[in-house]
Write a protein that binds this ligand. Structure first.
Ligand code: C5P
Ligand code: C5P
Ligand code: ZN
Length: 463
């Protein structure tokens, strides 16, 4: 930790020498929170700045940045070669697998940590922001939302690694509460039966996607649905919550779910205690989905305003707009999931679907991850969707596959080399853009690499 803080301090000093900084960040929850942390900390340090949101850093995009000093957040590490070739003056705070060494980079991989779980882009950016000016501790709220947005808590059902240091700091500073609770989406804002109905992780037979089943479960347990208004999870008392959790576990046991799946129902959940109860802003999981609902639809500036509102007083207009976008996002995800599950088919060592123009390229990766509620847990999922630049590829895996040696970022890189695409990411989730018409060739190479990765592991880890 000492070393990483030393690097953060050095980078903050580098930034402080500049009169103007352009923040360039990624269009997802971790990207928005990273950007908001960088933007706000620059303002507080009295440094002029602007912020831009990008899907990825292709050479065409990078070319635009040769004249300013850039702070890349939640991206940059995957294209250090291009950044150096274009002579871009910059610092990078990122957690994607780096494709080279760069002196002005804060990336957990450089310090022996795993960028998929140990620190997010927002966490890396927060560490630098802490050294930019003295009163930046409130930004920790956004660092936690960024980590949860990237599903960094998914491995052990709690934040681990360097994120743990941030959680402890957030609690000590009075911004955060961490409690063991149900890991379902919507505990602050949704009627309990709706929260149960819309949960697919894990899929609960008779409850997931089944409104009557979800209502029936509550009635069976004697948990009232209404108390004037529909009751939300936060309105339930401890006994009612326990009864529901244990019923969900019982259903899973009855359906012979593996313990590793059942264990995921409950985990550490993160509450932003300074935010209004009953709003998306209070719960890190709901907050991050609210942000994805803006950024993935080209409305990242609304998400940014919501984040800045958390620090400086709620921006009600932006918050309202974000909530409207969230309705559409939810609809798109559930319609997208139906399309994806209909089309999902096995191919060699992987399973895949082509969304064509029917799922947006910016959310097809989220949908691919959701497919695991029904898909084969022993094969990674590859999703294709048409996009302006060609074909978007998103790949997702399970933790078990990663433990067996799977590395999607590497598989994507090798398959891209073969077909002339560009991509990157993490072992468990990666993405790329490839030329139109190259899908089969890509899939063939990708499947081959996946087979090699899993086979090359010593037998004892393949149990
Ligand atoms: O670009 P970035 O690294 O911020 O995005 C990480 C991506 O990995 C997110 O889309 C997140 O949902 C995905 N992920 C996943 N499963 C995990 C961990 C991360 O799908 N267990
Ligand atoms: O876009 P998607 O959600 O599938 O992204 C999964 C991971 O792959 C993210 O970490 C993202 O930053 C990375 N990715 C990338 N290059 C792309 C697309 C995605 O590095 N062209
Ligand atoms: Zn990220």
């Amino acid at each position: 930790m000492k070393e990483i803080l030393r690097r953060a301090k050095e980078l903050a000093e580098r930034i402080r020498r500049e009169g103007f900084v352009r923040v360039v960040t990624h269009i997802d929850a971790d990207g928005i929170t990273s950007g908001a942390i960088a933007f706000e900390s620059l303002k507080r340090a009295g440094i002029d700045c602007e912020i831009e949101f990008v899907k990825n850093l292709s050479p065409d995009v990078l070319e635009k940045y040769s004249n300013d000093f850039i702070w890349f957040t939640d991206l940059g590490s995957g294209c250090i070669g291009d950044i150096v070739d274009f002579g871009i003056d910059c610092v990078i705070s990122d957690h994607h697998t780096p494709n080279g060494h760069y002196r002005y980079q804060l990336n957990p991989h450089d310090f022996g940590y795993d960028g998929s779980y140990d620190l997010s882009g927002a966490g890396a950016t927060y560490l630098i922001a802490k050294f930019l000016s003295p009163f930046n501790y409130d930004l920790i709220q956004l660092a936690i939302v960024g980590a949860v947005g990237d599903l960094q808590d998914s491995k052990e059902c709690k934040l681990i690694g360097l994120n743990r240091y941030l959680v402890d700091e957030g609690i000590k500073l009075g911004f955060l509460k961490a409690e063991r609770d149900l890991r379902f989406f919507g505990k602050q804002t949704r009627p309990v039966f709706k929260m149960l109905e819309y949960n697919y992780d894990p899929y609960i037979p008779g409850v997931s996607g089944n409104e009557r089943g979800a209502i029936g479960l509550m009635k069976r347990l004697g948990v009232p649905l209404k108390d004037g208004d529909w009751r939300r999870w936060i309105d339930l008392n401890t006994n009612e919550r326990r009864a529901i959790v244990s019923e969900l576990v019982k259903i899973c046991i009855k359906h012979r779910y593996p313990l590793s799946v059942i264990k995921r129902i409950v985990g550490e959940c993160y509450i932003l205690v300074k935010q209004r109860e009953g709003t998306e802003l209070r719960d890190a999981m709901e907050f991050s989905t609210l942000l994805n609902a803006t950024a993935r639809y080209n409305k990242a500036e609304i998400g940014l305003r919501v984040c800045l509102g958390v620090l400086n007083g709620c921006d009600e207009t932006a918050f309202k707009k974000a909530r409207n976008l969230l309705q559409r996002h939810r609809r798109n995800l559930s319609e997208g999931l139906k399309i994806a599950l209909d089309r999902l088919e096995s191919y060699g060592n992987v399973q895949f679907f082509h969304a064509k123009d029917e799922i947006l390229d910016t959310i097809v990766g989220i949908v691919a991850g959701m497919c695991y509620c029904r898909a084969d847990l022993n094969k990674p999922i590859v999703a294709f969707a048409n996009c302006e630049e060609g074909v978007k590829v998103s790949a997702r895996a399970t933790q078990r596959l990663v433990d067996l040696g799977l590395n999607l970022a590497e598989a994507i890189r090798r398959a891209c080399e073969k077909v002339g695409g560009r991509g990157g990411g993490h072992k468990i989730a990666a993405g790329a853009i490839i030329p139109k018409g190259k899908e089969w060739e890509f899939l063939e190479e990708f499947s081959k690499v996946v087979g090699e990765q899993i086979k090359s592991q010593p037998l004892r880890s393949r149990t």
